[in-house]
Write a protein that binds this ligand. Structure first.
Ligand SMILES: [Ca+2]
Length: 283
């Protein structure tokens, strides 16, 4: 197995060794091996996906410095700036970053919680917490507090479309929430070839699709918000080749989209760089 296959982590630890999970290794093997080894690993299970699921790679336009202290859990772009939520209790933060240099222009320490996904709605930012079952609401302009949303699951990823905040909780479910009340208005189960795809993590809504990191996978999946089906898989091998050796927990977990330039910014937990990329369809 090459590094293209993104190691299927034989670990029981979620994010720095807290919590415990079991991974659907068969499904993950199917996802990974189909696209990147080009061999008939599971010919029956993978055959349909070869004709239906599109495969992409990334073209790296440039790299931007990223703090290796930032345990990336949420990432978005708005009006010329990147906004990042970082996790780990004691290290959680909300940051405003200029993509020109990677300089952190504003940083709010978020004490006492493990911060997670981040989304914008109008002039507010919403930042999830992992297990505390509430999200902080901030004013975009100065990170001043603007309220709290409560929820009943873990908090992992968050993004927004034209009507909803879209949230992941570590399962295969995406929740479509009212952006003003956080009430669940719709939910969809995400599947790859009819099988559950759990561990959906950081999210980004772009042009009618939801792009999702999958915990411990260095691929991004493109999801149809209506059906929950995986429409495409984006391999990140060109990026992985440029990274120095990193710890097991330092996985890809940041997707932001620049609507003006139509480029993606990708990064990961404690990665030294942000990669500005475009997607190239391979087949
Ligand atoms: Ca994002």
């Amino acid at each position: 197995m090459t590094s293209d296959t993104l190691s299927i982590a034989q670990t029981n630890h979620h994010q720095t060794g807290i919590g415990s999970v079991s991974v659907d290794f068969h499904l993950l093997l199917c996802v990974l091996l189909w696209g990147f080894l080009a061999v008939s690993c599971f010919p029956v299970a993978c055959k349909a996906s070869e004709t239906q699921v599109k495969r992409y790679t990334v073209d790296i336009l440039r790299t931007i410095p990223h703090s290796t202290s930032s345990f990336t859990q949420g990432f978005l772009y708005h009006n010329g700036f990147l906004y990042e939520s970082t996790g780990l209790v004691g290290h959680s933060s909300l940051q405003k970053i200029t993509p020109d240099t990677g300089e952190v222009l504003e940083r709010l320490q978020v004490d006492g919680v493990f911060a997670e996904g981040l989304a914008r709605w109008d002039n507010r930012l919403i930042q999830l917490t992992w297990k505390d079952r509430f999200a902080y609401i901030y004013n975009l302009s100065d990170f001043s507090p603007a309220g709290i949303f409560q929820y009943q699951t873990e908090g992992w990823g968050l993004t927004s479309d034209e009507q909803h905040l879209i949230m992941s909780d570590g399962t295969d479910v995406l929740y479509f929430r009212n952006p003003r009340t956080f009430a669940i208005e719709r939910r969809v189960k995400v599947t790859f070839e009819g099988r559950s795809l759990p561990y959906l993590n950081e999210l980004e809504y772009v042009d009618g699709s939801i792009y999702a990191n999958v915990w411990y996978q260095n691929v991004i999946v493109q999801i149809d918000p209506a059906s929950g089906k995986v429409l495409g898989i984006i391999g990140t091998q060109p990026i992985l080749r440029m990274l120095p050796p990193l710890s097991q927990d330092s996985v890809l977990n940041g997707i932001a989209y620049n609507t003006e330039m139509q480029t993606f910014y990708l990064t990961g937990k404690n990665w030294p760089q942000i990669f500005e990329v475009t997607l190239i369809q391979e087949f």
